[in-house]
Design a protein around this ligand. Sequence first.
Ligand code: QUE
Length: 387
Amino acid sequence: MTTNVQIDRLATDDGHHIGTLILDAPKSLNALSLAMIDAIQPQLEAWANDPEIVAVWLEGAGDKAFCAGGDVVALHRAIVTGATGHDPEASDGFVARYFSHEYRLDHTIHGYPKPVIVWGDGIVMGGGIGLMAGASHRVVTPRSQLAMPEITIGLYPDVGASWFLNRMPGRSGLFLGLTGTRLNASDALFVGLADRLIGENRRDAVLEDLRQADWREPIAAINRVLRAHARDSQMLAPEPQLAPRLTRIDALTDADDAESLIAGIIAASDSDDPWLARAAKTLAAGSPLSARLIVRQLARTRRLSLAEVLREELTLSLACAARGDLAEGVRALLIDKDRNPGWRHRHGEVPEADIQACFVSPWGGDDHPLRGLVDRPAEEKPTHATG
Ligand code: QUE
């Protein structure tokens, strides 16, 4: 079976190797399938213990996307055939298997003991952001578009978004999660989802410079290469869209309760600022249950660690599949493409009991599929930052 991941190693001039992973399903914008996840996870684990490997390079095939998200079509098929059981190993456990393996991979990248360079060119959404967020060296290009658009399909920002959205400036993370707003490369640098902006036509030259680098200090080697290319790409930076609106976003999201917060953003649908109006309209058209889950999830996970957040997300994702709007949202947006989802609720009319039910864990304390995730102390993680 083809797994749609190209796995290779690039020999450096000074005798080391860079492990390279290419998501290779360009027709589906490199959407992340379970087979791809299950190919990458053991490879990263092997490279972590391979003394020849000094860094990992992760990119997508084609010129449109790094990764457009998860394999939501497979999730849809699983939901409509009843595979929403909570045991990932059981025959009815596809949804639990998919999400638990995906979140484990995201966690592995966040805590990886060697530098991970993600070439985030083109579309980077949902599951693609999950792969990118935890990498030590995250590159965006002038044509990068990053978003967490899950509200559109009756999900919510997962893949660790409850962790990284809560760490963005002001309440911008909450706003981005509720509205699925697309960020350009300058915005991605501003909110902390990317580290370097480099022209997409420099991809081959960056790899060649990495091949020729002095790898005795891997982080310094990567920083030198990326810094030089970013410096020569400065004039390509797109106009920032988010930063100039941060005060407005913080005012718009300053509400006493979730219903008025959501209604307040939706009321901006008639704004004469097209960026804001589009955001408001995406929320208005999105799943009302998802909107309430996003506000609740970000509030309750604010002080949790990444591993804790991912465990909570697994509960919530299964609930969106089993009792939420996920199947209907994927049907309307990506299968039938009628763009007319019949959500379970209307905005302003989501019963508290329906929200609460989504946060009830189906596992006991010691049988959670992600019980083994342990956060690596921050000082042990490679980062682009020098100390
Ligand atoms: C929200 C999402 C996804 C999405 C659209 C959303 C998502 C995803 C895809 C997608 C797009 C193109 C493809 C494909 C999948 O779209 O997760 O296979 O060809 O994977 O609004 O979360």
